[in-house]
Every structure is written in C-alpha cells, then in structure tokens.
Write a protein that binds this ligand. Structure first.
Ligand code: 8Z2
Ligand code: NDP
Length: 293
C-alpha cells in the first residue's frame, strides 16, 4: 500500500510501543522508513521489541523507559529524544483498562485508568507540542482511541470517559494548533486481539460483546497491518489538510450494536470474582517486570 520510503525523514514517538498494537504499528512505520521511538515501563519488553523489529525491518528503533502518568518522566524522555533530533510525529497509544462493575471501582481504580489514558496522553502532547511550536516545526499527533467515544460502554466506564476526553482534545487542539502546522487526529479501532487487552477485557472468555468478532459486520477481527497502514497514512505527507478527525477502523462494528460491553449485565457475582482474579494475575505478572511506575 505504501513504499519503503513513505516515511523517510519522519521521527515518530509511539507510547506503549513495546507490545500489542503499538508494536505492530511500530513495525509498519519502520517498514515505511520512519525512525521510531517507543516507551513503556518494562525495560526487558522494550528491549526485546527493539531487537525483534530492527532485525525484521532493518529500521532504526529506540526505546525510553517512561511512566506517562508522571509529567516529569515524560519531559525527561522527550527532552532526550529532541537532543538527538526533533520528532515529526507522536502516537498516543499507551493505555490501561480492565472490565469491572462500576459500583465496585475504588477511587484508585478509576485513577489508574484516567491518569494513564487521559492525563498521560495530554502530558505527552503538551511536552512534544510546545517544542514544535517553539522550534516552528510542523507535526502530526494521532491518538489511539476506541469507538466507545461515540457509544460509551458499560463495565469499562473510566476508559470510555478518558478516551472521550482525548477525542475532545483532538478536536480542540486541531483548531488551536492549526496555525503552527500541527495536525491532531485520532483513530478508533474495533477489536484487534492482543494479549494485553484480552487479559484485561476477556480474561475468562465470559466477557464477549465488544470482544466478539461475530457481532462485527465483517465477521472478523481487525488485522494489525490494517491499523498500521492507517497510522502510516496519518503520519505521512500528502493530506496535511486532514485534522481534528477521529477515524473508526472497526469493520462497521459500532454502527451495528453491540460494540460495547452492555451484555455483561448478565454476569453474576461469582463470574465477576473470577474475572477480577484473572485480571489481577495478569496485572501482577506485568508489574513484576516494571522498571518504573
Ligand atoms: C469496540 C470494540 C473494542 C473491542 C475491545 C477492545 C477495547 C479497547 C479499548 C481499550 C483497551 C485498552 O486500553 S487495553 C490496555 C490493557 N493494558 C493495560 O491495562 C496495561 C496497563 N495496566 C496496568 O498498569 C494495570 O493493569 C492497572 C491495574 C490498570 C494499573 O496498575 P497500578 O499498579 O497502577 O495499580 P494497582 O495498584 O494494581 O491498582 C489500582 C487500583 O485499581 C484496582 N483494580 C485493579 N484491577 C481491578 C479490577 N479488575 N476490578 C476492580 N478494581 C481493580 C485496584 O484494586 C486498585 O485500587 P485499590 O484497591 O483501591 O487500591
Ligand atoms: N486491542 C484492541 O482491540 C484495541 C485497543 N485499543 C487501544 O490500543 C492501545 C494499545 O492497546 P493494546 O495493544 O491492545 O494493549 P497493551 O496492553 O499491549 O498495550 C498497552 C501499552 O501501554 C503501556 N503502558 C501502560 N501504562 C503505561 C504507563 N503508565 N506509562 C507508559 N506506558 C504505559 C504498556 O507498557 P508497560 O506496561 O510496559 O508500561 C503497553 O505497552 C490502547 O490505547 C488501547 O486502548 C483500542 C481499541 C481496540
């Protein structure tokens, strides 16, 4: 779809780029000639991802350890990247999520999601955007959202709220920063199975609904190269007039309900306990690998 030099001269930071969708988007950007920076909290995961993608693509990929909930950590990361040369693009992809009945959420549970998805994306945009404005460099910001920005979703309320906030940031900043040549867009994927998301959203196989491919009009999950191609298009030159948009890539899912977790209302307390235990086991495994945060 694109040539190997579509993104030559582009230097793109993708948060949470060491796993899942972020890793496959990184692969796509590298195949088109971009230099890529990824970040996350687990050094071993980032290191392995860089080794694998550089061997597979021959492209230039670097990592930074960073907790995007901490604005100082972001500033240090962005500063060190700009010392090697300015970025041309930013992809807000890092996120946190788990399914839970909202009545069972503690303030800390809500904050864990909000601080990553809403605050983390905003802090990163601010850190990169203010440098672009000061240095008079144009740039492309793309946030990885979800179709719940239009539909909402039960049982993942903090995620739906925080993603919707970033949808609003996308529209607002497209206007405020248009005069600096900074484009601000977003994508809203439907289901693209990853270990990280499925461990937190369908841990026991009982939480179908949003994660069920049969309810997608195209009767299949998204394929990673499809999302990587959309991200490449939004980071490439040629359609700079495109800004302030959130583009769905979901096989028509949100136009043909249920693309949400509304159906989980049928689960009982025992189901929810089993789900919570399973999510906790996945989160603890990831935490034991963290270098920060
Ligand atoms: C359209 C179709 C699309 C199809 C479907 C796809 C939709 C995609 C939309 C978005 C998808 C994603 O974002 S998927 C991304 C998945 N990846 C991740 O989540 C990676 C990052 N995750 C994490 O860091 C952790 O898992 C997470 C728990 C969120 C945060 O870790 P922390 O160390 O910061 O926090 P902890 O101390 O463990 O927990 C903080 C509080 O949260 C509570 N908590 C933790 N798990 C809980 C649970 N299951 N139920 C209730 N509460 C829970 C704890 O009890 C704590 O509260 P107290 O008890 O009060 O202390
Ligand atoms: N999979 C799907 O079907 C869909 C996914 N999405 C979106 O795609 C994105 C990627 O999800 P997916 O790949 O499935 O899930 P993953 O769990 O694989 O990705 C989340 C990434 O974010 C990083 N991360 C989480 N918290 C922080 C933090 N505080 N600081 C820095 N990095 C952090 C994680 O790394 P680490 O733990 O090392 O910090 C991890 O690499 C998310 O924004 C998600 O909402 C949207 C719609 C559908």
């Amino acid at each position: 779809m694109f040539s190997h030099n579509t993104l030559t001269q582009k230097r793109i930071l993708i948060t949470g780029g060491g796993t899942g969708l972020g890793k496959e988007i990184s692969r796509g950007l590298l195949q088109c000639g971009a230099e890529v920076y990824i970040c996350g909290r687990r050094e071993s995961v980032l290191q392995e991802c860089c080794e694998e993608l550089s061997a597979d693509t021959g492209g230039k990929i670097h990592y930074r350890i960073c907790d995007i909930r901490d604005p100082d950590s972001i500033e240090a990361m962005v500063d060190s990247i700009f010392q090697e040369g300015p970025l041309t693009g930013l992809i807000n992809n890092a996120a946190a999520n788990f399914i839970a009945p909202t009545k069972d959420l503690s303030p800390r549970g809500y904050q864990a999601i909000r601080s990553t998805v809403m605050d983390g994306s905003f802090y990163t945009v601010l850190s990169v955007g203010k440098r672009w404005i000061k240095q008079q460099i144009p740039g492309s910001i793309v946030s990885n959202l979800v179709t719940w920005v239009w539909t909402g979703s039960a049982f993942v309320v903090p995620s739906a709220m925080a993603k919707t906030a970033i949808d609003s940031m996308t529209k607002s900043l497209a206007v405020e920063w248009g005069r600096y040549g900074i484009r601000v867009n977003a994508v809203a994927p439907g289901p693209f199975p990853t270990e990280g998301a499925w461990d937190k959203l369908n841990p026991t196989g009982k939480s179908t609904g949003a994660t069920d491919s049969e309810s997608v009009p195209m009767r299949r999950y998204g394929k990673m190269p499809e999302l990587a191609n959309l991200m490449t298009f939004l980071q490439a030159d040629g359609c700079e007039y495109l800004t302030g948009q959130t583009i769905a890539i979901d096989g028509g899912h949100h136009l043909a309900a249920p693309s949400t977790f509304a159906s989980l209302a049928d689960l009982n307390d025992d189901d929810w306990q089993e789900i919570r235990d399973s999510i906790k086991a996945s989160a603890e495994k990831e935490k034991s690998q963290r270098s920060t945060g």
